[in-house]
Design a binder for this molecule. Structure first.
Ligand SMILES: NC(=O)c1ccc[n+]([C@@H]2O[C@H](COP(=O)([O-])OP(=O)(O)OC[C@H]3O[C@@H](n4cnc5c(N)ncnc54)[C@H](OP(=O)(O)O)[C@@H]3O)[C@@H](O)[C@H]2O)c1
Length: 317
């Protein structure tokens, strides 16, 4: 667990700001020159992994990488037909596509129970499913939908699966974060009820800040139990989600964006590599630890993160 991850490091921040163009495909190609292929050359046979939102985009890339290394993977998404069309013939018997809407507390609980009953172990949980919403909406539980989907769903899923992860340990949890978190400071009231006018991109950025804060808290709580928790900035990847939620941006930058495999690379590395088992509580980009803040005023008071944790626990029941 990093010593003081919320500490502000000017030099590291300037490096991140000077390097934002490396979020593109070119950045990945250039950074990947310093990696050894053997880092992810790992046999995952007999390992069981869950990837939320594994039916397309970055999640699909992570699923393919895990299956290619021999793992059994449960893909959790809302549209099972799409998931099966993507993965059905890819590795029969080793990919199971299961219906899950992470914004529904009841569905998350049922899904987690099913994983325990069917597989009896869990080596890797990748909390990848997330979305940007154009207007304020409510989940089936009456919660702000971006918060319910991007933050609470992953929190409850991690919590419900924790006994299984601990029983399987060493085990890993990987959260998909975003560089968008750099734009926001954690404010629990605004997270639960975003101010109007509703700006979907800023709400999304706020949920990603919350994901990173919770990932670090999971790391602190699980350090003794053989379960690591890390958060990933995947860079900017050409995915169906980006095309749908950011059409103009996608049209302008399309060719510069990362491929799905490039976007999935660091999440996969954290899920399978030896290094991924050694680190916990970090925010990662292209297999390197990144600062959690690029400007000092996005740092939250520890009490605010405590509050977020307590709110999630209360809502989780
Ligand atoms: N692409 C980028 O450049 C980028 C940059 C920074 C961070 N990220 C993060 O990376 C992750 C993946 O992004 P992406 O661009 O690959 O997204 P995407 O193309 O929209 O794919 C999202 C996946 O999540 C599933 N999903 C969406 N809502 C869900 C819900 N309520 N319950 C269960 N599954 C749900 C979708 O399947 P169904 O619709 O069938 O449920 C799909 O499989 C996200 O956490 C995103 O915030 C992406």
């Amino acid at each position: 667990v990093p010593r003081d991850p919320a500490a502000f490091d000017l030099r590291a921040s300037l490096r991140v700001l000077a390097d934002v163009t490396s979020y593109t495909a070119r950045g990945h190609s250039s950074h990947s020159r310093r990696w050894g292929a053997a880092e992810t050359d790992v046999d995952m046979t007999r390992k069981v992994c869950v990837v939320t939102g594994g039916s397309r985009g970055i999640g699909q890339g992570v699923v393919c990488g895990l299956v290619a290394r021999g793992a059994t993977v449960v893909v959790a998404c809302r549209d099972v037909a799409v998931g099966e069309a993507v993965h059905g013939t890819f590795a029969p018997g080793r990919v199971a596509v299961e219906r899950l809407d992470v914004s529904s507390l009841a569905e998350v609980r049922v899904f987690a129970r099913r994983i325990g009953e069917r597989y009896g172990r869990l080596d890797v949980l990748v909390n990848n499913a997330a979305a940007t919403f154009a207007r304020p909406e409510r989940s089936v539980d009456g919660l702000e939908l971006a918060f319910a989907t991007n933050v609470l769903g992953a929190f409850v899923l991690t919590r419900e699966l924790m006994p299984l992860l601990r029983a399987t340990s060493p085990a890993r949890v990987v959260h998909l974060g975003s560089s968008a978190q750099y734009l926001r400071r954690l404010d629990v009231d605004a997270l639960l009820d975003p101010p109007r006018p509703y700006v979907g991109e800023l709400v999304y950025a706020h949920t990603k800040r919350a994901v990173a804060e919770l990932s670090r808290r999971w790391a602190e709580r699980l350090a003794e139990h053989g379960v690591v928790s890390n958060c990933v900035n995947p860079g900017l990847a050409r995915t169906p989600g980006v095309r749908r939620d950011y059409p103009v941006y996608h049209r302008l930058t399309g060719r510069m964006l990362r491929t799905i495999d490039q976007g999935a690379d660091t999440a996969l590395w954290l899920a399978v590599s030896r290094a991924g088992a050694r680190h916990t509580g970090g925010f990662w980009f292209d297999r390197e630890r990144q600062p959690e803040h690029v400007v000092p005023w996005t740092r939250a008071r520890p009490e605010e993160t405590d509050r977020l944790w307590a709110v999630c626990e209360r809502l989780a029941g």
